[in-house]
Design a protein around this ligand. Structure first.
Ligand code: ADP
Length: 158
């Protein structure tokens, strides 16, 4: 068994992310969910907010730690003594992006392996970006995020 890192923007955490964390955690001694502080995306939630939303969403899983990070993901993985990175795959576009990143990461940190888990079919079309757009336009997002995340999203959009 080993320690694994599940990195991402998680802006905000969705049930798709929770599903990946629930399935990955039993495979490792510890799963560190790492929240990237400055992704190249427009963020709705601050790093502290994303960490708090994630902690609450994963509170039922015992061997999980949620931490923020900055800089290169592979550098953080090495700093945390992690040998495996976990990512979720939804569709072929995810695969292409992950494949490209994985090949580069292997050059940068040859001792860190990548494990990809396929999405649960119920969440295949769920993305934080899409949910933010739906919520902004007044649509219902309750079935795709934990309850406290739905509340936080609605608060952001007044
Ligand atoms: P990033 O900006 O690093 O892609 P995200 O928060 O969008 O961060 O996603 C983090 C990880 O979770 C990625 O590996 C992504 O593919 C995966 N993921 C996102 N949504 C889902 C979902 N609905 N089902 C499975 N995996 C998902």
């Amino acid at each position: 068994m080993a320690i694994a890192l599940y990195p991402g923007s998680f802006d905000p955490v969705t049930l798709g992310h929770v599903d990946i964390a629930e399935r990955a955690a039993p495979l490792f001694d510890e799963l560190i969910v790492a929240i990237y502080d400055r992704p190249q995306k427009d963020l709705l939630f601050s790093t502290e907010e994303r960490v708090e939303l994630m902690k609450k969403a994963l509170a039922h899983i015992p061997n999980i730690r949620v931490v923020p990070y900055s800089g290169l993901t592979v550098d953080f993985a090495q700093k945390m003594n992690v040998s495996v990175m976990v990512r979720g795959l939804r569709m072929s576009s995810d695969f292409e992006r992950e494949f490209e990143m994985a090949l580069m990461n292997k050059k940068l940190a040859p001792d860190v392996e990548l494990v990809c888990l396929m999405t649960n079919q119920d969440y295949e079309f769920v993305s934080s970006t899409l949910l933010k757009e739906i919520c902004m336009l007044g649509g219902s997002i309750e079935q795709f995020v934990p309850k406290h995340v739905a509340v936080a999203l609605k608060k952001k959009f007044g």
